[in-house]
Design a protein around this ligand. Structure first.
Ligand code: HEM
Ligand code: HEM
Length: 177
C-alpha cells in the first residue's frame, strides 16, 4: 500500500532495542528469584550493564528521530491516534525505566559497573530512596511490558493483513509491499 519506510538506522535501532528490552524484561523478572550467590551477582551485573546500553540506545534513537523525521503514520482514524499514543508512551517507558534502575542502583550499597568498569553513582546508600526508585523501576517496566504487548499485537495484526504497516519497519529487500 505505502512505500514510505523508516530509515535503515531507525530500523536497526528499533530491532536491536526491541530484542534487548524483551531480554531485559525476562532477565529482570527471573533474576530477582535467584538465591544469593555467584549466579545472582552475575545476572544483576549483566542486567545493569545491558540496561545502561538500552538507555544509551534510546538517547541515540531520539536524537536520530529529531534529525530524521519518521514517515507519517500510514493508518487513519482511531488506529493512528492509538499508534501515536503507544509510540510516545513506549519512548517514555524506554527512558524512565532504565533511569529509575540507574537511580535505584545509585542509592544502594551494591556496586554499579558497566561490564566491569565502575560507573559514577549520583546518590549514596539510602534504603528508603533506593526502595522508591526500585518501585518506580518496577511500575515502569511492567507498564512498559503491557505497552510492548499492545504494540506487538497491533504490529502483527497489520502484518497478517499485509497492509504495509509492518513492512515500514523492514528493509525493502526483505519484504516488498
Ligand atoms: C529498558 C531497560 C530495563 C528494563 C526493561 C528492566 C527490567 C527489569 C525488570 C522487569 C525487573 C524486575 C522487576 C520486578 O518485578 O521486581 C528489573 C529489576 C531490576 N533492575 Fe532493571 N531493567 C532495565 C534497566 C535497568 C538498569 C539500567 C538498571 C541499573 C543500572 C537496572 C537495575 C535493576 C535492579 C537493581 C533490579 C532489581 C530490583 C530488585 O531487586 O527488586 N535495570 N528490571
Ligand atoms: C516483535 C516485536 C515488534 C514488532 C513486530 C514491531 C513492529 C513495529 C512497527 C511495524 C513499527 C512502525 C509502526 C508504524 O509505522 O506506524 C514500530 C514502531 C515502533 N516500535 Fe516496534 N515492534 C516490535 C517490538 C518493539 C519493542 C519491544 C519496542 C520497545 C522497546 C518497540 C518500540 C517501537 C517504537 C518506540 C516505535 C515508534 C518508532 C517511531 O516512530 O519513532 N517495538 N514497531
Amino acid at each position: 500500500m505505502t512505500a514510505a519506510r523508516y530509515s535503515l538506522p531507525a530500523m536497526i535501532l528499533h530491532w536491536v532495542q526491541a530484542a534487548l528490552v524483551i531480554w531485559l524484561l525476562w532477565r529482570g523478572w527471573t533474576m530477582i528469584d535467584l538465591p544469593k550467590g555467584a549466579e545472582r551477582t552475575a545476572a544483576y551485573a549483566l542486567h545493569k550493564s545491558l540496561g545502561l546500553v538500552a538507555l544509551a540506545l534510546v538517547v541515540i534513537r531520539l536524537g536520530w528521530r529529531r534529525m530524521n523525521r519518521p514517515p507519517a503514520i500510514s493508518v487513519g482514524g482511531w488506529e493512528a491516534a492509538l499508534a501515536s499514543l503507544t509510540h510516545r508512551a513506549l519512548y517514555v517507558f524506554l527512558l524512565v525505566a532504565p533511569l529509575a534502575g540507574y537511580f535505584a542502583s545509585s542509592f544502594s550499597t551494591y556496586p554499579l559497573k558497566f561490564f566491569g568498569i565502575e560507573v559514577p553513582k549520583v546518590g549514596w546508600p539510602d534504603e528508603s530512596i533506593n526502595a522508591l526508585f526500585k518501585w518506580t523501576h518496577i511500575v515502569f517496566t511492567w507498564g512498559g511490558a503491557a505497552l510492548v504487548f499492545l504494540h506487538v499485537v497491533g504490529a502483527f495484526k497489520h502484518g497478517l493483513g499485509r497492509d504495509g504497516v509492518l513492512q515500514r519497519m523492514l528493509p525493502a529487500r526483505l519484504f516488498r509491499n
